[in-house]
Design a protein around this ligand. Sequence first.
Ligand code: IPE
Ligand code: IPE
Ligand code: MG
Length: 245
Amino acid sequence: MIFDFFKKREIDYTKLPQHIGIIMDGNGRWAKRRGLPRSAGHSAGAKTLEKIVKECNKIGIKYITVYAFSTENWKRPKQEVDYLMDLLLDYLKNAEERLAGENVVIRAIGSRKELSEEIREQIAKTEDFTKNNTGIVMNIALNYGGREEILSSVKKIAESVRKGKVLTEDITEQFFEQQLYTAGQPDPDLLIRTSGEMRISNFLLWQIAYSEIWITNKLWPEFSVDDLMEAIYDYQHRKRRFGGV
Ligand code: IPE
Ligand code: IPE
Ligand code: MG
C-alpha cells in the first residue's frame, strides 16, 4: 500500500523506541478462522515472531520483550499447554541456527520453577550460548506474570531487610527495578498488542508505567513488518509527557 510506503519512509531511525514489548495474541482465533487446530495458530505465530525479531534487530531496536506464555496460561487444556511448551523448547533449541548471524541475545523472563527440567536446561544453554552477542536483546516472557514478578522481588527484598543487608529507606524505585527480571534494561517505550484486546493481561506491570500502547485488530500470525513500521510511526508521532506539561 502506498500509505504504508510513505510511512516507512518517514520513520526517523535516529529516534526509534529502545525497547518494544509485544503481547502476541490471537493465534487461536487465526487458526479457528481457517478451520485449523489452535496448535496451527501457535506454529504460525512462532514464524511471525522470528520475522519480527529479525526486522527489529535489523533496524536497530535494542530490546524486545515478547509475551509467550503467561502464569495464567496453565489454565488451558493440557494438550494445548504441552504443545506450547514443545514449541518453546524447539524455538530455544533452534535459536542458534534460526537466528544464525543475527547476533541476538536471548533471555527468558518469568518463573522457572514450574517449567520442566528439559526447558530449564535449554533456557540455560540458549542464554549462555547467546550471552556475548551484541545485537538485540530478546526477552521471552515464559511462565511470566507481572504480579508474580513484583511479588518475588518483594520477597527477595524482605529477606535482605530481615538479614539486615538492606535498610527500608534504601528501597527506591531504582533499587526495586534491580530486583526485576528486566534488571538493567530500559522500560518498554512502545507496547504492541495484537487481536484487538484492550488489556494488559498481567504483562510487565511495573515496566509499562509510561509505555505508549498500540493495539491492532490483526491477529498475531498475520502481523507483518509493515504493521511493525506503522506502530513505530505512530509512536514517533505521540507526545510523551511523563506527567509533565
Ligand atoms: C496467543 O494466542 C498465544 C498465547 C497466549 C500463548 P492465543 O492462544 O491467546 O489466541 P486467542 O486469543 O485464543 O485467539
Ligand atoms: C496474553 O494472552 C498472554 C500471551 C500472549 C502469552 P491471553 O490470550 O492469555 O490473554 P487473555 O486471556 O485474553 O487476557
Ligand atoms: Mg489470547
